[in-house]
Write a new protein. Structure first.
Length: 143
């Protein structure tokens, strides 16, 4: 059965659907980009991080920045890492990824230990001095 009222509703529905569809597409795209950027960052292995660190470790700006960070972490204004240092563990290695603002965005341990978890918790919670470039990869070996 066809009448004028049904015809006008039929014309509106596709438009309403198209508007909803466009906004849903935007939302899905934004969520997908967020998830993919997060998962790319989180899926980095220790070996991949170490390879990126090796690419930059001999640059003068990296060396100067590393010295500045070590001074900061050893200084009075640094976050307390003493609790982490006291945890027993064999030699530990980890990679940190630092963004343009000096925020540690990733902590990638070679092995998962209580000591690594302690450092991860502390380092992800602080901001370091701003690096000369980003992302900046550091490799640390603690005994």
């Amino acid at each position: 059965m066809y009448n004028k009222k049904n015809a006008s509703e039929a014309k509106r529905r596709p438009d309403d659907f198209d508007v909803m569809s466009k906004s849903m597409k935007r939302a899905i795209t934004i969520v997908s980009l967020f998830i993919s950027s997060f998962s790319l960052a989180s899926d980095m292995s220790f070996e991949q991080g170490e390879a990126r660190w090796k690419e930059i470790k001999d640059k003068d700006s990296f060396i100067q920045y590393s010295e500045k960070v070590l001074e900061y972490l050893d200084g009075d204004s640094s976050p307390s890492l003493k609790g982490c240092k006291q945890l027993s563990a064999k030699d530990m290695f980890f990679i940190t990824v630092i963004n343009e603002n000096g925020k540690v965005t990733e902590f990638i341990p070679r092995e998962n230990t209580a000591k690594n978890e302690c450092y991860k918790e502390k380092l992800l919670a602080i901001s370091l001095p701003k690096p000369p470039f980003s992302p900046l990869y550091t490799k640390r070996h603690l005994k």
